[in-house]
Design a protein. Sequence first.
Length: 93
Amino acid sequence: MNPEPDYAELIHRHIKSRLQSFPPQLIAIIFERCGFELRDGALQAKNRAPLTETSAEAYKRAIKEYLGKAAYEMTKVNFIMAGCRCADCAKGV
């Protein structure tokens, strides 16, 4: 079995690569919805707890809510390919 992914890195990589074209205000809304913040260039939870599979699920829900089902499905596929083990990804596509 593959090791569990670094969820902070997985989510941050997705944000940097896929959401760059969206307005910063939208990214801020998604961060707020998920309880994320950037600190010293690294993504983390505002409460400084480690990001986990629950964080990945919250992020994908926010993507679906603010960007729509197609963006959510693409995000889910990317997360599955990166080894995400959250309950949502475990269901497959």
